[in-house]
Design a protein around this ligand. Sequence first.
Ligand SMILES: *Cc1c(COP(=O)(O)O)cnc(C)c1O
Length: 421
Amino acid sequence: MDHFQYRGGILHAEDVPLPRIADKVGTPVYVYSRATLERHAQVFAAALEGAGNAPPLIAFAVKSNPNLAVLKVLQRQGFGADVVSGGELARALAADISPDKIVFSGVGKTRAEIEYALEQDIGQFNIESREEGRELAQLAADRGLVAQAALRINPDVDAGTHDKISTGKADNKFGVPLSRAADVFTELAALDGLSLRGVAIHIGSQLADLAPLETAFAKIGGLVETLRANGHRITHVDLGGGLGVPYRKGEVLPSPAEYGAMVKRMTADLDVALTFEPGRVIAGNAGVLLTRVVRVKEGVNDPFLIVDAAMNDLARPALYGAWHDFDAVAPDGRTMTANIVGPICETGDTFAMGRDTDAFVAGDLGVFRTAGAYGATMASSYNSRGFVAEVLVSEDDFAIVADRIAAAAIMDAERVPDWLA
Ligand SMILES: *Cc1c(COP(=O)(O)O)cnc(C)c1O
């Protein structure tokens, strides 16, 4: 459920009509709903209440929406953060997320990032390789510290999602293969500087089916038994994120409640504290990308609806062939079939071909729905278009939570060397 609804024929975010935001901030602009973020956070937390032997840590996957105001909303809901870079760690700390609720994932943590995270005394490093584990142990020991850590396992399951967002197959770069996990765990657990207290997985994103997760959790359960039989003390298991969200009207995905019930069934005998790293399921349907139609151009078959948002603002369709519902802000009941495209000089800048949608004329406002996750965060300035603005709505109030960065400001950071002047 989200808080983007029609009232009096006009699409609102909570109590704010979207044309008001377009007038004040301009388009394109991402619009997030605080009430929706809070609701999703509460539904997810409620679904996992009672899972594990202690209250679970829910660490929001910052990469899905790193906006500081969004992080602050979730911090106030008691969420921690799953970060994958020093930059994301800085954001989580800036949003007052307590360091002990921060988990650091990622295959390429640099020495500088590891040092920064050690200085901040974060809650858990998710180690993705034997080599990283050795380096982390050394850096911690050199400082007289002990890093809390889990070993990320690659369970070799097919998450059944898009290849580019699948992370748990044997040939993906993430984690240590299950077949080597016990061996790597034994080596790393013996190192000074590391408190290797558990295992972690994350098999992919936009999962439409619980079965691959269940298979992966079963493998992790088996591994925990093996590790304990080898004399290791396992107190923590991190089950990652990945739960999908509906991108099309009428699409039905596993609910947080169904996910929670499966988690509890699969982990009932594990006797560990659980961590979760949801991103999309919290933020996806809490945001829309508000855009204005620049021009309607006749086509050979369907007309081209040229909007002022482009693949640099919302990359998912170009990157993954992803579907985003597109709706008029003030529909008049008529419909059309159109190719919805942005202004960028690349055919990849296509949001939809032959889409049945509301009727639009130049100047009309529309929204791409379900744009709250992996939206603004993937923006670029391609075609010197600047960076898109972001707005957070709370009841009848709204605030700009990320300024539009104009193309001119980006150009200001560039220099022509003397020898070219
Ligand atoms: C991306 C990512 C997540 C979040 O995935 P969602 O599909 O957005 O829930 C969680 N954990 C890790 C390690 C990730 O890389």
